[in-house]
Design a protein around this ligand. Structure first.
Ligand SMILES: [Zn+2]
Length: 240
């Protein structure tokens, strides 16, 4: 306690302001000395995390093995974790958050080629803006060809038949989430929509060993990306 008080006294001295630990009795405010407003305290920037619901996918040794297999095939190196450099934004082309969760849940999907690691994103955002976290942020997930080795994936429920119907609540949730991720991982410099993969191919973000392994994409639509860009570009994030 004594140590704590001494420390507090030192802090008070350095700060040069009144403080509860001050040994001197507080003087009544002198009428001739106008009080100087205290300078705002410099605080470490806080990383405020938006509300997130944990909804983990099956995450066993089997998933680890399939991650290593996928990355060996596509990147020539065995990886289970990533250093995130980008966020790739998607829509699910489905209207059910729970349905997408179930679709992503299993580690393996035998119908897939070039590795059978199941598709999955790190986050899944419902139409009401609720954010579900499905895997650790640094897990290697299969959500975007060419970009899985370096990107966090956010899926948004919606986009059935290609209709740009993502909601304002989803936009707000994505902005908060990406802003949080950017501050948590300073290595993140890019945000792109999945449909912008062609432009991503021209950057260092793109890696793909399988020639011709490519699926055309339209998600999550330019309207949603424009909303993200308007809100996040000023934080120093780059858009394609
Ligand atoms: Zn997508």
């Amino acid at each position: 306690m004594l140590k704590k008080m001494m420390l507090a006294a030192i802090v008070c001295l350095l700060a040069g302001t009144g403080c509860a630990f001050s040994q001197k009795p507080q003087e009544a405010s002198a009428p001739t000395a106008p009080s100087v407003p205290e300078a705002p305290r410099q605080k470490e920037p806080e990383i405020s995390r938006p509300p997130v619901v944990d909804k983990p996918l099956a995450f066993t040794e089997k998933r680890s093995r399939l991650m290593r297999e996928y990355s060996r095939i596509h990147y020539g190196t065995e990886m289970e974790t990533i250093v995130p450099e980008a966020v790739v934004v998607h829509w699910t082309a489905s209207d059910s958050q729970e349905g997408v969760y179930q679709f992503f849940y299993a580690e393996e999907s035998p119908r897939l080629s070039h590795g059978t690691l199941n598709v999955a994103s790190h986050y899944l955002v419902g139409k009401d803006g609720s954010i579900w976290q499905l895997t650790p942020e640094t897990a290697l997930n299969r959500h975007a060809i060419g970009l899985n080795w370096c990107s966090i994936g956010i899926e948004n429920v919606g986009g059935v038949d290609g209709v740009e119907d993502l909601t304002q609540a989803q936009l707000d949730a994505n902005i908060r989430l990406i802003s949080y991720l950017h501050r948590k991982y300073p290595t993140i410099t890019y945000v792109l929509g999945h449909y912008q993969q062609d432009q991503a191919m021209e950057t260092d973000l793109w890696k793909e060993n399988i020639k011709g392994y490519y699926h055309g994409k339209i998600d999550p639509g330019p309207k949603f990306m424009k909303g993200l860009q308007e809100a996040l570009e000023k934080e120093g994030l780059h858009f394609l």
